[in-house]
Design a protein around this ligand. Structure first.
Ligand code: ADP
Ligand code: F6P
Length: 319
């Protein structure tokens, strides 16, 4: 392969820049040229493609967001859109692509691979909800951001003897909520994977009140939602003044942690090595402490069970 492209797609995640840097530098070290495709698959359709050299990825390893920009591209899911994308690959001499994103981005990479442009996916999302990997780039940074934010809420909650009901990101997955909940000592963690009854949360608050607890943190995943209603109900039923907070997109920003930078660099390197060997239609993952890769189709069909034991630990240690 002489020239490869790199793109970031779907929601941005801290560490995507470190992955882009690793892809560019590894490819150049292996004798290839690199094109940066901007705004995900939209850039491929619109021909928003730039040459990247060794220095064009200087000073980005520590920055959140993505210098290549990102987007969700509904057009790419159409026959006409993908045809234009492939025409542009040919026009720019792009023979393979590294796509950094989530499951949706992997589906796009699979479609391109099936049409003759070998792609390798790298998992980049703060949700850690990709089945073919134990870890996704951005998760550690987002967990630390959420933890710091909830620590701040705890100060005011503790001063006022209040209950703080906090929504963290994760529309379909509760991994971020669960880890954050454990780290902040939340009284309850509500996630989309486990059905909950508000009465149980109220009972738990009442039980901990009896042993002297005066302020409370309830972590709620975005996919569960309803933090205002939950706070209102808690206040009505327990008499504890309650406030709801939605952390929102702050969780997607900020300088990546060391874990995200190192993981992104390892994954970027591994992806380019595959393309350099002419291997495409793969996704990079981190499983049992090792970098691995799978066929995209196989990867998309894997299951990622919710960590029931962690959930149990969260509940047990918050009595
Ligand atoms: P993520 O990659 O974080 O899961 P999305 O689900 O929004 O984010 O997907 C990112 C982009 O990947 C979409 O905007 C679209 O361009 C492409 N994509 C998503 N799903 C598909 C699909 N089923 N087939 C082809 N491309 C897809
Ligand atoms: O997938 C990452 C994520 O931040 C989810 O946690 C969240 O549900 C979603 O993206 C938000 O998407 P948007 O940035 O389009 O509001």
């Amino acid at each position: 392969m002489n020239t490869i492209g790199v793109l970031t797609s779907g929601g941005d995640a801290p560490g995507m820049n470190a992955a882009v840097r690793a892809v560019v530098r590894t490819a150049i070290a292996m004798g290839m040229k690199v094109k940066g495709i901007r705004r995900g698959y939209n850039g491929l359709i619109e021909g928003d493609i730039v040459d990247l050299d060794i220095r064009s990825v200087s000073d980005i390893i520590h920055r959140g967001g993505t210098v290549l920009y990102t987007a969700r591209s509904p057009r790419f899911k159409t026959e006409e859109g993908i045809k234009e994308a492939i025409d542009n690959c040919k026009k720019h001499g792009i023979e393979g692509i590294v796509a950094i994103g989530g499951d949706g981005s992997y589906r796009g990479a699979r479609d391109l691979s099936l049409r003759g442009i070998p792609c390798v996916g790298i998992p980049g999302t703060i949700d850690n909800d990709i089945s073919s990997t134990d870890y996704t780039i951005g998760f550690d940074t987002a967990m630390n951001t959420a933890m710091e934010m909830v620590d701040k809420l705890r100060d005011t909650s503790q001063s006022h003897d209040r209950c703080s009901v906090v929504e963290v990101m994760g529309r379909r997955a509760g991994h971020l909520a669960l880890q954050t909940g454990i780290a902040v000592g939340a009284t309850a963690v509500l996630v989309p994977e486990v059905e909950f009854e508000i009465e149980n949360v109220i009972e738990k608050i009442k039980a901990t009140q009896k042993t002297g607890k005066k302020h409370f943190i309830i972590v709620v995943a975005e996919g569960v939602g309803g933090v205002e209603e939950i706070a209102k109900k808690i206040e009505e039923e327990t008499g504890v003044e309650s406030r709801a907070t939605v952390l929102g997109h702050v969780q997607r920003g900020g300088n990546p942690t060391i874990r995200d930078r190192v993981m992104a660099t390892e994954m970027g390197y591994a992806a380019v090595k595959l393309l350099n060997e002419g291997i495409g239609n793969r996704v990079i993952g981190w499983k049992n402490g090792e970098i691995v890769n799978y066929d995209i189709y196989e990867g998309l069909n894997m299951k990622k069970p919710f960590d029931e034991e962690m959930y149990e630990i969260a509940n047990t240690t918050s009595i």
